[in-house]
Design a protein around this ligand. Structure first.
Ligand code: GTP
Ligand code: MG
Length: 354
């Protein structure tokens, strides 16, 4: 039996099994088995056929990157061409784009790389088409735009999410707050700081035994599901911001537009007509979580024309120096920092721990 067939078999069995006290061990075991099989699919050596991302990845530039994921002909390339001015072939037939087309966009002083990717088909995560390589590129971006055609069924959104999920990508989700420490002996020590409403002891035991873990400290600090626990044990998940780009709104009525406006993290646009790009770019900026830092000559106003742009989780004075030039640190004495996060304006930043 191939891995894909094994996965199908487990999925049918899970669908057949009702969730209750008596079956929770069994279901936990099935879920863990499933996660392990899916991992096997993603490891190219065991499943054959092209390494993840081979031939598709491109050199990275800019402070952040946005990857476009979607079914064929939803308008990814049209959007890319309009946003960056880089031409990416767009046409009415499917699979117009066959490889990653990189472009660069300047927004609020930041250089952001945009990657137009080939359309994926359902089953991409199982090795159908070139979808695996495409999703692998998206996985390494800072942000994913899931591009959807609003004249097609909105169930497409769920289908794409499933493809990404199957690749270990978690969309707009925080990593589960579960502390896991494997030990040599002492059995399972399970604690929780909040009530666990989705998970019982049997399920936890089923999952840990499937991963051959007999002794560990597991501390739940969130109302976790069995999938969250598996994600922690698998350990290779990426938690990515995702913006749903609902394209081709020129083809629907105002009433329909009202409905789709309620989808969270979504922006309705028309690539062809460049409608609502402002909102799209603003959402993109928020999701990228970047900070702009302006330099200020002594006794003068800051130079607001050219910020140094850094990621919010890596924007210490040290990161700032490194972003300008690696040598600056050696001669650096102190910096005065103004802004909303400093203790007092300006705050004096001394040299770095070395
Ligand atoms: N009505 C309408 N059509 C659009 C819009 N944006 C793109 N299209 C059309 O949709 C078709 C597909 O556009 P592409 O940009 O090639 O789509 P893609 O997602 O890159 O397709 P693949 O590369 O094949 O995956 C083209 O005929 C575009 O003219 C839009 O805002 N409204
Ligand atoms: Mg295209």
């Amino acid at each position: 039996m191939t891995t894909v067939e094994k996965i199908k078999e487990i999925e049918t069995e899970m669908a057949r099994t009702q969730k209750n006290k008596a079956t929770s061990y069994h279901l936990g075991q099935l879920k863990a088995k499933l996660a392990k099989l899916k991992r096997e699919l993603l490891t190219p050596s065991s499943s054959g056929g092209g390494g993840a991302g081979v031939g598709f990845d491109v050199a990275r530039t800019g402070v952040a990157s946005v990857g476009f994921i979607g079914f064929p002909s939803v308008g990814k390339s049209t959007l890319m061409s309009k946003l960056t001015g880089t031409h990416s072939e767009a046409a009415a037939y499917e699979f117009t784009t066959l490889t990653t087309v990189p472009g660069v966009m300047q927004y609020r002083g930041a250089k952001i790389q945009v990657l137009d990717l080939p359309g994926i088909i359902q089953g991409a995560k199982d090795g159908k088409g070139r979808g695996r390589q495409v999703i692998a590129v998206a996985r390494s971006c800072s942000l994913i735009f899931i591009v959807l055609d609003v004249s097609k069924p909105l169930t497409d959104k769920k289908l794409i999410e499933n493809e990404l999920e199957g690749f270990g990508i978690r969309c707009n989700k925080e990593p589960p707050n579960i502390l896991f420490k494997k030990k040599d002996k002492g059995g399972l020590n399970i604690t929780n700081t909040v009530p666990l409403t989705h998970l019982d002891y049997d399920e936890i035991r089923a999952v840990t035994s499937e991963y051959r873990i007999s002794s560990a400290d597991i501390s739940f600090r969130c109302d976790a599901t069995v999938d969250d626990l598996i994600d922690v044990l698998e350990g290779n998940r990426v938690y990515m911001p995702v913006v749903y780009v609902l394209n081709k709104i020129d083809a629907i009525s105002v009433e329909e537009l009202d409905l789709i406006y309620r989808i969270p993290n979504a922006v309705p646009i028309s690539s062809n007509h460049e409608w609502n790009f402002d909102e799209l770019l603003e959402k993109m900026w928020d999701a990228l979580n970047l900070v702009r830092i302006y330099t200020k000559p002594h006794g003068k106003l800051p130079d607001y024309s050219a910020p140094v742009v850094l990621k919010r989780d890596a924007c210490t004075v040290e990161d700032f120096c490194d972003a300008i030039h690696k040598q600056i640190k050696a001669q650096f004495r102190h910096a005065y920092v103004w802004g909303s996060s400093v203790r007092h304006n300006p705050q004096r930043g001394e040299s770095f721990p070395r």
